[in-house]
Design a protein. Structure first.
Length: 119
């Protein structure tokens, strides 16, 4: 499986790409400067990392996604649960639940999600 982890800055930069694609790489450098106070080289370095991970492609200076934002965050979450909790979603939820209690609405939404995920 390709690595779909991204640091906070990379994820925020990826969000900029998804919001504006297709987008010229030069325009992305301007976004990086405006949003994060990055130098042009920093934006291109981060873009290169995201392309190397197979999330985006830069074809002749035009950047487009290879996977959707939703797919990225789904894979990112799966990878985190796999690494931190041995792939156990119940263990993840138990750890999450020790610090945050669910509202009735959240509990009902989770029940609906679980029912939809059953085989």
């Amino acid at each position: 499986m390709a690595e779909f982890r991204a640091g906070t800055a990379e994820a925020r930069f990826a969000d900029l790409i998804w919001e504006n694609e297709p987008v010229a790489s030069g325009q992305l450098a301007k976004f990086g400067e405006a949003q994060f106070q990055w130098k042009k080289t920093t934006s291109f370095t981060v873009l290169g990392r995201l392309c190397d991970k197979g999330i985006f492609k830069n074809d002749k200076g035009i950047v487009t996604s290879l996977i959707s934002r939703e797919e990225f965050y789904a894979r990112h979450s799966e990878q985190y649960v796999e690494e931190a909790f041995g792939g156990s979603l119940p263990a993840f939820l138990a750890a999450f639940g020790t610090r945050k209690k669910l509202s009735e609405q959240e509990a009902e939404e989770l029940k609906r999600l679980i029912e939809g995920m059953r085989r």
